[in-house]
Design a protein around this ligand. Structure first.
Ligand SMILES: [Zn+2]
Length: 127
């Protein structure tokens, strides 16, 4: 390494990402709009375009949401045995709202992990 590298806290970057904030300074949002990542941080100037979250955020979002939804659906079915339309009217909106709420947070956390581990150009050694 030619450049002295400072320590990057994985936990802090992950927490900042969960709050949809810059993994480095934690002051500015990493997104323009819903999940479009800014080119650079408005506060510290960190180049955020190095992120390569790609398909991972929707994958992890669905993994998390469906674990809760399926377990809730099965619990309600076993306990109350409601009609199918009742189950659908509960769990489809819950799934939609939970996924839409969680997706930017998961994407922010993944960007934080990539930054903390110097992945995809966040290391500064290459562009
Ligand atoms: Zn920043």
């Amino acid at each position: 390494m030619t450049i002295a590298q400072t320590e990057r806290s994985l936990g802090q970057a992950f927490r900042n990402g969960l709050l949809c904030r810059c993994p480095d300074c934690g002051k500015s949002s990493v997104f323009n709009g819903y999940i479009k990542v800014k080119h650079t941080c408005d506060s510290c100037g960190l180049e955020l375009h190095h992120q390569r979250a790609d398909d991972a955020p929707p994958y992890f979002t669905m993994l998390i949401v469906l674990h809760f939804v399926i377990s809730g659906l099965l619990t309600v079915q076993q306990t109350y045995d409601p009609a199918t339309w009742i189950q659908l009217s509960i769990w489809l909106p819950v799934s939609l709202v939970a996924a839409l709420w969680l997706l930017p947070r998961v994407k922010g956390a993944l960007i934080g992990i990539q930054w903390a581990r110097r992945m995809h150009g966040f290391g500064g050694d290459f562009t």
